[in-house]
Design a protein. Structure first.
Length: 434
């Protein structure tokens, strides 16, 4: 099969590619026919693919397999082709049902990166770490802006938005300068102790922590925030990091019951409630990286926001970096997603209003929903490394005939949402959303 690398067209900020020039060239050297669609916006220029020996062409009409990143407009789905991208359909997302319907009508095949998982349902290919990297840079940048708005000088004022750096190495220069300033002069007294809370322990959270760990950091246990021991946070030349797992965030509704993770995932909000709000007055920055859907309790509700920002001076919390970006989800004051060109707004609990920028009585919300696109070369390189290892098995297989007869490795087979115009057995339930 001829494999075509698609030019992304969902929005002006998407600059990632599923296959970087070096990996595309290695696939060609291994005997696969790989080409790339011309793009003036992609982080890897056409000239870089040509230099690697990968043909560049305007159309992918002659390709049997199309690999991309974001959703494809329904009108661009072609008959009989095999598509690999992030379709965002497995929850029955209404916005993407016309696209899925078109795939079925065109007799096409859909492989969902999100469902390329191992036997334990762990994702094998993802951008989560890079969302965390970019999200933490943006959250610290937002903190610098918010403090400047309050007339508070800080080491974070010199940081920039992730997308404005040429690469992570360039961002590192500014991050390490800010870290040296914290180590030498400390954080502003108005935000000492500067506590950064991370909800979630997966790839997103770990990526965000990688950035914060460039600073002088002491990790504390969540319960220490409520212990009332000021000596634990005495040094203004340190930033304090607290990582919250599920057992720190939720308790059973029945008093005296112990927390049980499997039971929490089974019963969700029916059997458990959030206690995270009690920690929020101690945080200056909150970075959210948890998976959420309507079965589970929210971490912060709009009513909780009204309590926190009620009469009085208000909490110390300046910035919510909602990297997971579930609109009105775990962070209910994430009222909308933002894009890299307009990434920040303030939610004002008293009125329920949203104000662009960092001014207002309420938290600054950073809710960019394509954060890995802000560091496109690094995120594409890591993604491509994994995808390029999976493609030979797909390209050398025969998708004709019944799905049951299609010989694919199990990790790819689990990800096939539709095969030749029909939903596969594991995803037959999506029919009700169509």
């Amino acid at each position: 099969m001829k494999i075509g690398i698609r030019s992304e067209d969902k929005g002006p900020w998407e600059r990632r590619t599923p296959l970087v020039p070096a990996d595309a060239a290695r696939l060609r050297a291994a005997g696969l026919e790989v080409v790339v669609q011309s793009s003036a916006r992609r982080a890897f220029a056409d000239a870089e693919y040509r230099a690697a020996g990968v043909p560049v062409q305007e159309s992918l009409a002659d390709c049997e397999v199309i690999v991309g990143i974001k959703e494809i407009p329904p009108e661009k789905i072609e008959p009989g082709k095999t598509y690999l991208f992030f379709p965002h359909v497995i929850k029955g997302q209404a916005a993407n049902m016309p696209m899925l319907r078109r795939i079925l009508e065109q007799g096409a095949t859909l492989v969902d990166y999100e469902r390329i998982v191992d036997e334990h349902n762990r994702r094998l290919i993802f951008f989560g770490r890079h969302a965390g990297l970019a999200g933490m840079i943006n959250s610290l940048w937002a903190l610098g802006l918010r403090l400047a708005e309050e007339q508070i000088p800080s080491p974070f004022a010199a940081l920039r938005q992730a997308r404005t750096y040429a690469d992570l190495d360039a961002a590192d220069e500014d991050l390490r300068k800010a870290a040296r300033a914290v180590a030498a002069r400390g954080v502003p007294p108005e935000v000492h102790p500067l506590v950064v809370g991370f909800t979630g322990t997966g790839n997103v959270s770990r990526g965000a922590q990688e950035i914060l760990d460039r600073f002088p950091v002491d990790e504390i246990r969540p319960e220490e925030l409520l212990a009332g021991d000021p000596s634990r946070f005495a040094d203004p030349r340190r930033i304090y990091k607290a990582v919250f797992a599920e057992e720190d965030l939720f308790v059973p509704k029945t008093s005296g019951e112990p927390f049980d993770l499997a039971d929490y995932y089974r019963r969700g909000a029916e059997g458990y409630r959030s206690v995270f709000e009690s920690f929020l007055p101690q945080l200056v920055v909150w970075v959210n990286g948890v998976y959420w859907d309507a079965r589970y309790p929210r971490l912060l509700t709009l009513e909780g926001c009204r309590r926190l920002w009620g009469p009085g001076p208000g909490p110390r919390l300046r910035v919510i970096g909602d990297i997971s970006c579930d609109v009105r989800g775990a962070v209910e004051c994430t009222l909308r997603a933002t894009d890299p060109g307009d990434p920040l707004y303030v939610y004002e609990p008293e009125t329920g209003a949203v104000r662009e920028g960092v001014r207002g009585r309420g938290p600054v919300v950073m809710a960019v929903d394509i954060l890995p696109a802000e560091i496109p070369r690094e995120s594409s390189t890591d993604f491509s490394r994994v995808l390029s290892g999976l493609l030979p098995a797909l390209a050398q297989s025969d998708p004709r005939g019944d799905f049951a007869a299609w010989r694919l490795p199990p990790e790819l087979r689990r990800a096939v949402i539709a095969h030749r115009g029909a939903l596969t057995p594991d995803y037959a339930g999506l029919a009700k959303f169509l």
